[in-house]
Design a protein around this ligand. Structure first.
Ligand code: ADE
Length: 359
């Protein structure tokens, strides 16, 4: 009945027909394997399709099923995710994989509610997996889908409001066809990516809804959607210390919780500190700084903050291992040959700009 309504008012069928003729060929569209679809959807949050392609193949070759993900050592896992950023995404995937192994005999649960109960799987992702992998009628509404629906319906509600998102999802439910819910959701995503685009003018001439879109009819595509501004990101000044002796570089392990939890970083100070202070800090670790010079500057943007980083390259006497044996704060530090940075210690993207300096 619901399907008929969608077909009757020209929403569902024209969209599916357009999708059949225009969809991009993407590796995660060749499978019904819920694990693969899950991996793709998590990677595609915050990362562009073209960038995801390579990571997707590599990840699945390394960890071909849920059991392999559940068993992976964390450093290996983070290494596979390196470059994608937002590392909690993959940490949560592993937590969810462990739950799936323990509670569901290694098989991904096949309904929206159970998917939603797993770590890292929110409403959008639960809807995407339930519909694409299991043919469940469930909406998958992200920011791109909100944009096209606001235009289609000529609705000026604030799409940043979670209540509006819920209302849109509920309204959309009536148009999801029983026989192709996954294709319907992917068609919406596709329309948002290639026609009703996020930046710049929508290509209304190519849109399957050009006859019924209210924003187009009323020439309001540039006014919709309405989206209230997010809080501005805070800016934090940092100084990165690249501390090297003849054969090692010093890394610091971040605290267990919070931003980049448990990851290794170059030691870092708050603020932009002077060379003299940087030398002092190095000495406070029981090291003997020989030379110091100013090095690269970099900016890294997180969701809620920006790090504006200066850096110093500090060369110290070959005494790091001895200092390490003596000093208490050293349990938070590791000393490694620079080559191991790429093999064993995944460096968060925030520090990538400094990687080449270490050699
Ligand atoms: N973005 C989020 N999910 C996607 C999908 N399944 N295909 C293409 N882009 C996407």
């Amino acid at each position: 009945m619901k399907t008929d309504q969608g077909a009757a008012d020209g929403i569902t069928q024209p969209l599916l027909l357009w999708y059949d003729n225009n969809k991009r060929s993407l590796p995660w569209r060749e499978t019904k394997d819920p694990y693969r679809i899950w991996v793709s959807e998590i990677m595609l949050q915050q990362t562009r399709v073209e960038a995801v392609r390579g990571y997707y193949q590599r990840f699945l070759e390394a960890l071909p099923d849920i059991g392999a993900l559940a068993r992976a050592e964390e450093p290996y896992l983070l290494k596979l995710w390196e470059g994608l950023g937002y590392y909690n995404r993959v940490r949560n995937m592993q937590k969810a994989a462990i739950r799936v192994m323990e509670e569901y005999e290694g098989r991904m649960p096949d309904c929206y509610e159970l998917l939603l109960s797993l770590p890292g799987i929110g409403e959008y992702t639960a809807g995407a997996i339930a519909s694409i992998a299991f043919d469940r009628v469930a909406p998958a509404v992200d920011g791109n889908v909100l944009r096209i629906l606001a235009r289609l319906w000529g609705d000026a509600s604030d799409i940043a409001d979670p209540g509006v998102k819920k209302a849109f999802a509920k309204r959309l439910l009536a148009y999801i066809p029983q026989d192709r819910p996954g294709d319907f959701n992917q068609a919406l995503i596709e329309l948002g990516a290639v026609v009703c685009v996020p930046n710049g003018k929508p290509k209304c001439g190519e849109c399957p809804w050009r006859e019924i879109c209210i924003a187009k009819k009323e020439e309001r595509t540039d006014l919709l959607p309405v989206k209230s501004k997010k809080k501005e990101r805070s800016i934090e000044k940092k100084t990165v210390l690249l501390i090297l002796d003849g054969s090692h570089v010093l890394l610091h392990k971040r605290p267990k919780s919070g931003l980049l939890a448990g990851m290794y970083e170059f030691p870092m100070a708050d603020g932009w500190i002077s060379a003299a202070r940087a030398k002092e800090m190095t000495a406070e670790l029981g090291l003997s700084p020989l030379r110091i010079r100013k090095s690269t500057e970099a900016v890294h943007i997180f969701t809620h903050k920006e790090w504006h980083m200066h850096s110093y390259l500090v060369t110290v006497a070959d005494t790091m291992p001895e200092a390490k044996a003596k000093k208490t704060p050293w349990q938070e530090y590791v000393l490694i040959p620079p080559g191991e940075l790429d093999k064993t210690y995944p460096l968060p993207s925030a520090f990538k700009a400094f990687r080449h300096i270490i050699g």
